[in-house]
Ligand binder design. Structure first.
Ligand code: R1P
Ligand code: URA
Length: 300
């Protein structure tokens, strides 16, 4: 990032080179096709599937962006870090640096509230709901006032669908390769890992004892993680420019409290990651929706 103190616009700060304030990217460094995950290390693992690496940006805040080619198609790997606010930086700052359509597929990890899904399965989201803890429902109430309901404490949003064409493409490609392990259903994104995903804690009065059951009882509940809802929410507000899909490796089975081994996780990140990247690279984007600026690293 440039050291020149040229952040002149408080609404959307760019440095002297035109780099965004948090992700540190500039025009031409992000492709129209983006795979995003929370984990910087996962980008490091997946970059080996690029036929050619064209550029890498590691921002001061720790976001990592790598752009390269797969079968001649420009693809960006973007570590969004964890949670809604980081996904917000990742999506808003990349979309602002891309012309035309941006197709964004998340490949995360998740827990499953379902007894029919297992550790090692790949969850693909038809739609996504957010789970928001409402701090106001935790404040001391006047004497005699009723206790807040569970719905007041933890709000579960309406569902937002994945982009239908992108979802169908991902499903078709992934079903062929992983017919026994692809689990299609509703993804839930908690605003936190612990309280908003119904994890019990002894140090805080989270009042979330029934939250996991509430989630599990919702139609086709498959996955719980932390970013996909915000990605879908932003796609829905993007005037059609952002098309989003969400997938996640199931690493936690909430009903039995089982958790993945590091070896199994590493093996499956490789297998699923490679397949998801190829699915992303083969998703058609109309020619007039592709970025053609001479600044694009893939056009140099
Ligand atoms: C929590 O451990 C993190 O893992 C999941 C959650 O969404 C959250 O970001 O996804 P990633 O593995 O992509 O980070
Ligand atoms: N990521 C989450 O957010 N939750 C889990 O249970 C596992 C991974």
């Amino acid at each position: 990032m440039s050291t020149k103190p040229t952040f002149t616009d408080a609404d959307f700060p760019l440095d002297g080179e035109g780099r965004t304030y948090h992700i540190g990217i500039k025009r031409g460094e992000v492709a129209n096709r983006v795979l995003t995950c929370g984990d910087v290390q996962r980008v490091r693992v997946l970059e080996k599937f690029l036929d050619k690496k064209l550029c890498e940006v590691c921002s001061e805040r720790g976001f990592l962006t790598v752009t390269g080619l797969i079968d001649g198609v420009p693809v960006t790997l973007l570590a969004s870090l964890m949670g809604y606010p980081n996904m917000d930086f990742a999506v808003r700052e990349t979309l602002a640096m891309v012309d035309g359509t941006m197709v964004c597929v998340r490949f995360g990890t998740c827990g499953t509230p379902s007894t029919e899904c297992n550790i090692g399965d790949l969850a693909l989201a038809t739609e996504c709901r957010g789970i928001y803890r409402n701090p106001d429902a935790f404040r001391k109430r006047p004497e005699g006032a009723p206790e807040p309901t569970t719905e007041e404490r933890y709000h579960i949003t309406l569902p937002v669908p994945a982009d239908p064409a992108l979802f169908n493409h991902m499903k078709e490609v992934l079903l062929k390769q992983f017919p026994d392990h692809l689990k299609v259903g509703c993804n839930f994104s908690g605003c936190t890992f612990y309280a908003s995903q119904g994890r019990p804690g002894v140090h805080f009065e989270d009042h979330n004892e029934d939250l996991l059951d509430r989630i599990a009882a919702m139609p086709s509940a498959t996955a719980i993680e932390m970013e996909t809802f915000h990605l879908f929410d932003l796609a829905d507000l993007s005037k059609g420019r952002l098309k989003a899909a969400g997938s996640a490796l199931i690493i936690a089975k909430r009903a039995t409290k089982d958790f993945v081994t590091p070896e199994k996780k590493a093996k499956l990140v490789d297998e699923y990651g490679k397949a998801i990247l190829h699915a992303l690279a083969t998703f058609p984007i109309p020619e007039d929706q592709l970025m053609k600026d001479p600044a694009c690293v893939w056009l140099k």
